[in-house]
Design a protein around this ligand. Structure first.
Ligand code: ADP
Ligand code: MG
Length: 764
């Protein structure tokens, strides 16, 4: 006891001396003057007092006022200065990987340190920290997994939960746990940080916790809607409109071909009166998708700003990596923007492995204009100070879940008014700015005030597994304590699914499989496909297919060359009757083409997205690391060691069945045609883009599928034809009762002898 006390004293002195000396270094001193100009600096003493006096504190403050970089740092400085350094352990959570890294790096350098000294970060599969680390930035997911080992967060002195206004599922979930935990840890200090949205809601949730507001300052930002932009850019609406009338679509296109803004008019009707035109969408808000057409508009607007507006960086909000990379390509080919050294075009996306920090944050060199192409990560997590022009496409990728039909999808949808306001504000950090909204005012008026919290629009199976692994009791009653409790039907669906796939038993307790799935931060179905794939020696194809399921299908659907694209996909599928095998073969062929340096032409000829394939490749590596992280495979032995049956397509289909179950369709012959039925919604159709569309008779009686979509009727997208054996043996749980005759039959059917691991998995 006494020696540890002495050691701690020593350490606290050491930390204080180090902090003092580093602060005196020239680099830290110049940073200090930047820090002192931030609005958060004026609130320093009041903040520290409030933290000392209250167990829970809610902070609301304008984005960029210094919440994330300053507030945790104030606590750190104060603790170390007061010789409490040894006992202090501050955790600050971030919703995204990239912001955890970026903020840790920034705070480290503000303190004149290397990253990983007193300030570190931890994200999935990656960390930079040491025994000296006292302030750790981590993703919310990492903290949730820490809670499995340490339910009371023993050793943590301060916890700051950032960006709670975004209402992400993990953050909403975390605060339920924290509210229960606080009475058990009276010494723990909790700070909830949010942009200036909804602070009262959180304060109420924590028994009227005090709210501290940090005022911020932004310059006025002018706002232009699509109609204003079209007018401002002097698009000759009147004459063009005359051209439109009575002309065929083709002619119309030809007549306006050289104008970057022209494409927009395909979707817009303009009122007869010039000067008093209101733009109405042709069908509904949905008709306004962010497609390639709109990217020309983005490009046109960037070009306009560069030609006619003053200095200042441009920040473009897009929905995802795909659009960012397409726009990057477009810009490269643009005469004005592409081949000149006057423009610095930088992508910024949440799952980018690394960012060139300095380039994003630093001012561009003289005579150069910085153009940042970002997703909604730049809305509040990352603040780029020198932005003067914001271009907002008005959309963000959003998951949605229809509990009744068990339909889930991730699609670009309209942002909320709150987000639109937030995006606009990004243009006014250093001087008055302009926000170009690439949608008509009528759409803005129709946007919802706030976005629905993620917990209300997402399938809940992954969350339910986490609740089980944290031993938080019955799922339904736990989730009922949420800030906004999810639909009981969604909870029921999730539990049922987990039982069906064998992750939970009848008493809702974790099975052996369930316990493995908990350790994988993945959708349970995808996790199961990887586990079964490695056990059954099909790891390579399982990784590829899982990556496509977790991210997206690499095949692109060109509207004008649909037949050719379908034919290509069919040729990849061969006679497998499987979209999944088609994408697997396409991925393998891409790898081959890449080796021989023919990547670009290969993708072009085969209607494949190089960006998606690249992302899938990265994800494959990540998934393999995850499996090795939980001890399921050995990293040094590599994927090959778990891929003995990787070329056996029958086996691959069986693994697919294990992963996709209970998404099963029965194929029933009706005269010359085949009809398709699922257990939960009855009759469905095969999506026209599937290689199985139009197949008269399938060799095997069942299909498994990865996704349902609802348009005119319910369609299944990608599917694979499987046998009744595969379904019998791999569908559902691997419990002895379900596998019937069991392992002998399975081994006989698959022509191999069962490895020990399977027997374990079945017997436990
Ligand atoms: P908030 O969390 O309140 O939105 P931040 O703490 O993220 O604000 O940012 C405060 C200021 O620090 C902003 O002006 C921002 O541009 C700047 N900043 C943050 N991270 C970096 C970085 N990595 N490099 C340079 N400046 C940064
Ligand atoms: Mg922040």
């Amino acid at each position: 006891e006494s020696t540890t006390y002495v050691d701690k004293q020593k350490l606290s002195f050491q930390l204080r001396d180090m902090q003092r000396s580093k602060k005196m270094m020239p680099s830290a001193r110049s940073m200090q003057s930047f820090r002192e100009k931030l609005p958060a600096f004026k609130a320093r003493e009041e903040f520290l007092k409030a933290v000392a006096a209250n167990q829970v504190l809610v902070i609301s403050g304008e984005t960029g006022c210094g919440k994330t970089t300053q507030l945790p740092q104030f606590i750190l400085e104060e603790e170390i200065d007061n010789l409490r350094g040894a006992d202090c352990s501050i955790i600050c959570t971030q919703p995204r990987r990239i912001s955890a890294i970026s903020v840790a790096a920034r705070v480290g350098s503000e303190r004149g340190e290397e990253l990983g000294e007193t300030v570190g970060y931890q994200i999935r599969l990656e960390s930079k920290r040491s025994t000296q680390t006292r302030l750790l930035f981590c993703t919310t997911g990492v903290l949730l997994r820490k809670l499995v080992q340490e339910p009371d967060l023993v050793g943590v002195s301060h916890l700051l939960v950032d960006e709670i206004h975004e209402r992400g599922m993990n953050e909403d979930f975390l605060i339920i746990i924290l509210r229960d935990l606080l009475p058990r840890r009276p010494d723990l200090r909790l700070v909830l940080m949010s942009a200036t949205i909804n602070a009262e809601l959180f304060s109420k949730y924590f028994g009227d916790a005090p709210i501290m507001h940090i005022p911020g300052f932004t310059f006025p930002v002018a706002e232009l809607f699509l109609e204003d932009i079209l007018e401002k850019t002097q698009y000759k609406i009147k004459s063009e409109r005359d051209n439109f009338q009575g002309n065929s679509r083709k002619k119309r296109l030809a007549s306006v071909k050289n104008d970057p803004l022209a494409d927009v008019f395909q979707d817009v009707d303009i009122n007869k009166e010039y000067g008093n035109y209101s733009i109405t969408t042709r069908q509904s808000l949905e008709a306004w998708s962010v497609t390639e057409l709109d990217l020309s508009l983005v490009e046109g607007t960037i070009e306009y700003i560069c030609r006619h507006e003053g200095e200042g960086a441009i920040l473009v909000f897009l929905t995802g990596w795909d659009e960012i990379s397409k726009l990057l390509d477009k810009i490269k080919g643009n005469n004005l923007l592409g081949n000149s050294n006057k423009f610095l075009v930088l992508p910024l996306h949440g799952s980018m492995p690394t960012v060139n920090q300095r380039e994003i944050f630093d001012r561009a060199p003289a005579n150069m204009r910085k153009i940042v192409l970002a997703t909604n990560i730049a809305e509040s997590s990352i603040t780029i100070d020198d932005v003067v022009y914001v271009i907002d496409c008005g959309k963000a990728k959003e998951t949605s879940y229809d509990a009744l039909n068990k339909l889930a999808c991730l699609l670009p949808s309209w942002i909320s008014k709150a987000s639109a306001h937030q995006r606009r504000g990004r243009a006014g950090r250093v001087q008055p700015g302009v926000c170009y909204r690439l949608y008509p005012k009528v759409i803005h008026d129709a946007m919802p005030q706030f976005q629905l919290p993620e917990i209300l629009r997402t399938p809940l199976q992954e969350l339910c597994l986490t609740i089980k692994s944290l031993q938080l009791g019955a799922v339904a009653s736990f989730l009922a304590k949420s800030l906004q409790p999810p639909d009981p039907l969604s909870v029921k669906n999730a539990i049922e699914l987990l039982k069906t796939i064998g992750a939970l038993d009848d008493l809702e307790e974790l099975t052996y499989l369930g316990r493995h799935l908990c350790t994988l931060p993945l959708d349970p179905n995808i996790g199961k496909m990887l586990l079964i794939g490695s056990v059954f020696q099909c790891l390579d194809p399982a990784l590829t297919i899982a990556a496509a399921l977790a991210y997206r299908n690499p095949f692109v659907l060109p509207i004008d060359r649909k037949e050719e694209a379908d034919a290509v996909k069919r040729s990849f599928a061969g006679d497998s009757c499987s979209d999944h095998i088609a994408l697997l073969k396409a991925f393998e062929a891409w790898k081959e083409a890449k080796r021989s340096g023919r990547e670009r032409s290969f993708c072009w000829e085969n209607f494949l997205s190089p960006m998606t394939l690249k992302m899938m490749d990265d994800m494959r590596n990540q998934f393999f690391d995850l499996l090795s992280d939980i001890g399921f495979v050995s990293k040094t032995r590599g994927v090959k060691a778990y891929n003995h049956y990787g070329k056996d397509l029958e086996m691959v289909s069986a693994v697919l069945c294990a992963g996709l179950y209970p998404n099963v369709i029965q194929c029933k012959r009706r005269g010359k045609r085949t009809a398709f039925y699922t257990k939960d919604v009855g009759k469905v159709d095969i999506h026209p883009s599937s290689v199985n569309a139009g197949v008269q008779q399938f060799p095997l009686p069942y299909l498994v599928y990865s996704e349902k979509v609802k348009t005119a009727s319910i369609y299944v997208r990608d599917s694979t034809n499987i046998s009744d054996y595969a379904l019998l043996l791999f569908g559902g749980s691997l419990s002895p009762s379900n596998t019937g005759e069991g392992i002998e039959m399975l081994a006989g059917y698959l022509h191999f002898s069962a490895p020990k691991r399977i027997i374990e998995l079945i017997q436990c």
